[in-house]
Design a protein around this ligand. Structure first.
Ligand SMILES: [Mg+2]
Length: 193
């Protein structure tokens, strides 16, 4: 545990600490067995904006990587998804939150066997690295609420954080929500907040 904390501390103090975030269940409330299909259905998880405002100061790059198979399955369109993300990013900007880019994997692997962007595939992280070459995966944290997110982060050598009650023994850290993760980052950095 001490080693892990040390690794996180070193990562946070590196040149370009980067944060990869899953969306549903991390930023907004996940709909069980359904998709968030439009902005009216999008609800921020309490404390997320405050957490991200702090994390924006610490992480040089913040990237959202989200599987949105609902598009591939025809429950929503690419435009619906873009509208959700445009409005989400606008609220972030108004609240001093910096998210550098959102990557979505919209294919449905059942219809599209060549779909290779879907997490746990690391594809979206490589796209982010193309856009932001300064990102170093070894100095990155992946935060998600599903074992797929942990697997994604592990493949890339990131520190992995699992949110929620899902007890995934493979994750480096488990917290209840993004706010709790941000509080831990403060602790590691020795800041009082
Ligand atoms: Mg999720």
């Amino acid at each position: 545990m001490k080693k892990l904390k040390e690794r996180l501390a070193n990562l946070l103090e590196s040149e370009t600490p980067s944060l990869f975030l899953d969306r549903d269940g991390v930023i907004n409330i996940k709909k069980e067995l359904d998709y968030v299909r439009n902005w009216d259905e999008f609800r921020f998880i309490p404390g997320v904006i405050e957490a991200l405002r702090f994390l924006s100061e610490i992480f040089k790059r913040i990237i959202i990587v989200t599987n949105q198979r609902g598009v591939g399955r025809g429950f929503m369109t690419e435009d619906d998804l873009k509208d959700i993300h445009d409005k989400m990013l606008k609220i972030f900007a108004e609240n001093s939150v910096r998210v550098d880019k959102v990557y979505s994997c919209t294919c449905d692997p059942e219809k599209d066997p060549d779909c290779y962007c879907r997490k746990p595939s690391p594809r979206m992280a490589y796209l982010a690295k193309d856009d932001f070459p300064e990102i170093e995966f070894a100095n990155s944290v992946m935060v998600g609420d599903s074992p797929k997110d942990v697997e994604f982060g592990k493949k890339l050598g990131m520190v992995t954080v699992l949110l929620g009650n899902n007890k995934e023994p493979e994750a480096d850290y488990i917290f209840s929500d993004l706010f709790e993760f941000a509080e831990y980052v403060k602790l590691v950095l020795g800041r009082k907040g």
